[in-house]
Ligand binder design. Structure first.
Ligand code: PMP
Length: 417
């Protein structure tokens, strides 16, 4: 079994390339605590991409020649690999490749506006979603002239930073046709009660859509076992390349969904008068797909399964708890952390130092953390702040990251005394 943390870090070349001599003359390693935005890539994934591009690259499903056949085989093998990664019972024929979670959710919102939404319907989403699972539904509600209702949090601090299930039960009314939520929140790191919300949605016959952008690295349960109808995620948060996303659909939903993009590769017939679509995943994959990226994603999933998603979760959540404990003791720091021990993310702010300034000062100590609204304006507003700093932990994070980050935060904030 692979070792996790410090020794596993050696597999990620980015760390060797980013040791930096800081302004105080001290050489510091890269303390990368921004894996919720995107993870770094292990050498195995980088090697696979280089190997594919060097030896087997060709366009897929277009050529009779060997390179195209080999590339097509690897592209389709990647689709099967994704299906296996999600769980038993999921078939490759349900896996659509997109450019990312954002595109997957837009594809759904666009298609379902056509097939499901009328003025008497309702969409229900949490009020704390990432914009990628917020704005497309807001736009869908505008287009269909239907209602959109938002599930609130129980409160704005500590263990109240979770979805209010009683409110959800009231909001998911018989006219609700779509319920879309994240599995894991990208700011608070809360794990949403997906099974409970899916059960409420199923009671009224609504579709359940799950944004798994933050959860796929840590959880291996199959969301389709919970009654979920579609899931979306991105390769770049899974130790894989950018430019590749996944949308997995129940077979009936794949048949129902109209394409977001039209063009090459997705048609059945084209005449001067009209065009008809092909069936299956190809209908939703117009144009040259992200071929190299799909092959890279498959390599990343191999790597991830080799390490073990539950081990990554245990490791990253334990580091997050230790970090939160130390952070809380620094004067002026306010945490936005549910503190169940399961979160791999810790968001916080300082009473007298703006989040952007703090993140900029931390960069001076080679500490990488994201600051801002984290693509979740409605959530940040509900918390009564304008920006937060976020630390997020991954398989390659270790105890030294905590020490380096806490030291840098102390130094930055003690300057204010
Ligand atoms: N949903 C969540 C919960 C996310 O964290 C993100 C990425 N920050 C997205 C959706 C969008 O993912 P992408 O930018 O890869 O499309």
């Amino acid at each position: 079994m692979k070792k996790i943390g410090a020794s596993l870090r050696l597999e990620f070349p980015v760390f060797a390339h980013n040791v930096r001599r800081c302004a105080d003359g001290v050489e510091r390693p890269l303390c990368y605590l921004d894996s919720a935005v995107s993870t770094h890539k292990p050498q195995k994934v980088i090697d696979k991409i280089v190997e594919f591009m060097s030896r087997d690259y060709g366009s897929v499903h277009r050529g009779a020649y060997q390179l195209s056949v080999r590339a097509s085989d690897q592209y389709e093998a990647a689709r099967a690999r994704v299906a296996r990664f999600i769980g038993s019972g999921v078939r490759a024929e349900q896996v659509v490749f997109t450019r990312g979670t954002t595109e997957s959710l837009n594809l759904l919102a666009h298609g379902l506006t056509e097939t499901r939404l009328t003025a008497d319907k309702r969409i229900v989403i949490p009020a704390i979603e990432h914009h990628a699972n917020f704005v497309p539904w807001q736009q869908a509600a505008l287009k269909a002239d239907c209602e959109i209702a938002y599930i609130p949090m129980c409160g704005t601090s500590g263990s109240d930073l979770r979805l209010d299930l009683n409110a959800a039960a009231k909001l998911i009314t018989p006219n609700t046709s779509i319920v879309s939520l994240a599995h894991v929140g990208n700011v608070l790191g809360q794990i949403n009660p997906v099974q409970d919300i899916a059960a409420l949605a199923k009671r009224v016959g609504a579709l359940v859509i799950l944004d798994c952008a933050q959860s796929m690295t840590c959880f291996s349960e199959n969301p389709f076992d919970w009654g979920v109808d579609a899931i979306a995620f991105s390769g770049h948060k899974l130790y894989g390349p950018t430019g590749i996303g996944v949308l997995v659909l129940r077979p009936e939903l794949l048949t129902e969904l109209p394409p977001l993009l039209t063009g090459g590769g997705m048609i059945s017939n084209v005449t001067l008068e009209e065009s008809t679509w092909t069936t299956g995943t190809a209908k939703l994959e117009a144009g040259t797909p992200p071929i190299t990226e799909a092959v890279g994603l498959a390599a990343a999933l191999d790597w991830l399964d080799d390490v073990g998603r539950s081990r990554i979760h245990e490791h990253a959540s334990s580091l997050a708890s230790k970090f939160a404990e130390k952070l809380e003791k620094i004067p002026g720091i306010q945490l936005f952390y549910p503190g169940t021990g399961n979160e791999t993310i810790v968001s916080f702010r300082h009473a007298a130092l703006h989040a952007h300034d703090l993140a900029t000062i931390l960069d001076g100590s080679n500490v990488a953390m994201r600051a801002g609204h984290h693509c979740a304006w409605p959530l940040v507003r509900q918390l009564g702040v304008d920006a937060l700093v976020r630390a997020s932990f991954a398989a390659y994070s270790d105890e030294d990251d905590i020490e380096q980050a806490i030291e840098a935060i102390k130094e930055a904030t003690y300057l204010l005394k």
